[in-house]
Design a protein around this ligand. Structure first.
Ligand SMILES: *Cc1c(COP(=O)(O)O)cnc(C)c1O
Length: 434
């Protein structure tokens, strides 16, 4: 029997009978697990028996989270990590190997953009940037012989642009490389990238996936369909001593993890040696958040629509960017890929002086001023001067980010209160009587 998303989000990956019949997933707050007899230890350490040894590598609470997320995506494998940045970095390093290139766009999370210049080249990973991601032929032209993956975000921040996933996946697959999609802003409730050609999906679980602004975490998932033995990924085919079998024969990643080579290698190599393990308590918080993801995101999308309509009819707003905004070029792609709505963030241009803008930011009472998105609380920020401050002026120009930009992330508060809050903040900023 197959189950719908809303059933899986509260039940998948967990059998109470295997955990003292506990109804809520227990928090296994332990560093290590008893090995039993030394023959069992032999089996555990040669990958012939699968059970937890040490929490850096796996933990039963984290394991339930990974199984639940895999089920929600129809994915073959998932691995939970200590932050979204760990998820992005590990996924890109895993795909690119040594001297590999990643083809991406400038419409990326600020931290990811910055990592491409500040750390990845030191690790043997170079990037190429498609200047106009709306023209997918540019992806074809941007490929080199050593490009090992295409990396895009499904809904971008702060302008909510949408790539043509199937066209870009087609280009990646024609060249024998995977498409990696950062699906943080969209959430699996609104969009499953695997259904539209993605091979790897990454998340910052810090955002709407957990949804309550109380945890830093990341996830990498794999479809199980991509062939890492196609000759482009020698790091998956190289025999490794630490993967040897009971008779001391060296094995490679594809032999040890035939169904989940990508996340298998991430666990055996990156998580094992670079060590960004998720704590069992944080996994528990994400499981709790996931139980209401559909209900949360549905209301957040509704609030976004209502606030969008208000902003489009407000004097002090010069433009609104969101696929549902009037004349927005991503309306059609939103209809095709996001029938339940294109997320819960939007940006607008503040029509006023810098001083008035700062007064406006200081005046909101319901919207919180902070560097986060996807929280149950509504948030407001001026990205050019905060979250996206790392971008060079050239990168800013490519993204179209100006200092008058205000980004909202809609939460679960009353729609009426949210709109009233913006209204009174505009009145305060412009000295209008209330
Ligand atoms: C926040 C974010 C990240 C980084 O995640 P952290 O959990 O903060 O490390 C990566 N990608 C996107 C799209 C994000 O919004």
């Amino acid at each position: 029997m197959s189950f719908d998303f809303d059933t899986l989000k509260v039940q998948a990956g967990y059998t109470a009978a295997q955990h003292n019949n506990a109804v809520s997933v227990p928090i296994y707050q332990t560093a290590a697990f008893a090995l039993g007899d030394s023959y069992r230890a032999d089996r555990l350490f040669s990958f012939s028996e699968d059970a937890p040894i040490y929490t850096r590598l796996s933990n039963p609470t984290v394991d339930v989270l990974e199984r639940r997320l895999a089920a929600l995506h129809g994915a073959a494998g998932a691995i939970a990590l200590a932050s979204g940045m760990a998820a992005v970095s590990y996924a890109l390093l895993n795909a690119a190997g040594k001297d590999g290139r990643i083809l991406t766009t400038s419409r990326l999370y600020g931290g990811t953009v910055d990592a491409f210049s500040s750390i990845y080249p030191d690790l043997g990973l170079e990037m190429d940037v498609v200047e106009n991601p709306d023209d997918h032929a540019e992806f074809e032209r941007g490929l080199h012989s050593n490009t090992r993956a295409i990396f895009i975000e499904s809904l971008t921040n702060p302008f909510v642009t949408i790539p043509d996933f199937e066209a870009i996946a087609g280009i990646a697959h024609a060249h024998g490389i995977p498409l990696i999609v950062d699906n943080t802003v969209a959430t699996p409730y609104l969009f499953n990238p695997f259904e539209h050609g993605a091979d790897i999906v990454v998340y910052s679980a810090t955002k709407a996936l957990s949804g309550h602004g109380n945890v830093i975490a990341g996830v990498v998932l794999e479809s199980g369909a991509f062939d890492y033995g196609n000759g482009n990924f020698p790091q998956f085919e190289r025999p490794l001593w630490f993967l040897r079998d009971g008779a001391d024969n060296e094995r490679n990643i594809l032999q040890v993890f035939p169904d989940i080579p990508f996340t298998g290698r991430l666990r055996a190599v990156h998580l094992n040696y670079l060590g960004a393990a998720l704590s069992p308590f944080d996994a528990y918080l994400i499981l709790l958040g996931l139980e209401t993801i559909s209900e949360r995101v549905e209301k957040q999308v509704k609030n976004t629509g209502a606030v969008l309509e208000y902003l489009e009819n407000t004097l002090h707003v010069s433009w609104v960017r969101h696929p549902y905004a009037k004349g927005n070029r991503y309306g059609e792609l939103a209809e095709r890929y996001f029938p339940k709505g294109p997320g819960a963030i939007l940006s607008f241009g503040f029509k006023g002086t810098e001083k008035q803008k700062r007064a406006f930011l200081a005046a909101t009472k319901v919207f919180g001023y902070q560097a986060n998105i996807g929280d149950v609380r509504s948030l407001i920020i001026n990205p050019a001067q905060t979250t996206h401050v790392e971008l060079t002026s050239e990168q800013r120009k490519l993204v179209g980010l100006s200092t008058d930009t205000i980004r909202l992330s809609l939460g679960l508060e009353s729609t009426k209160d949210l709109i009233a809050d913006l209204k009174q903040a505009f009145q305060t900023a412009f000295g209008e009587s209330q």
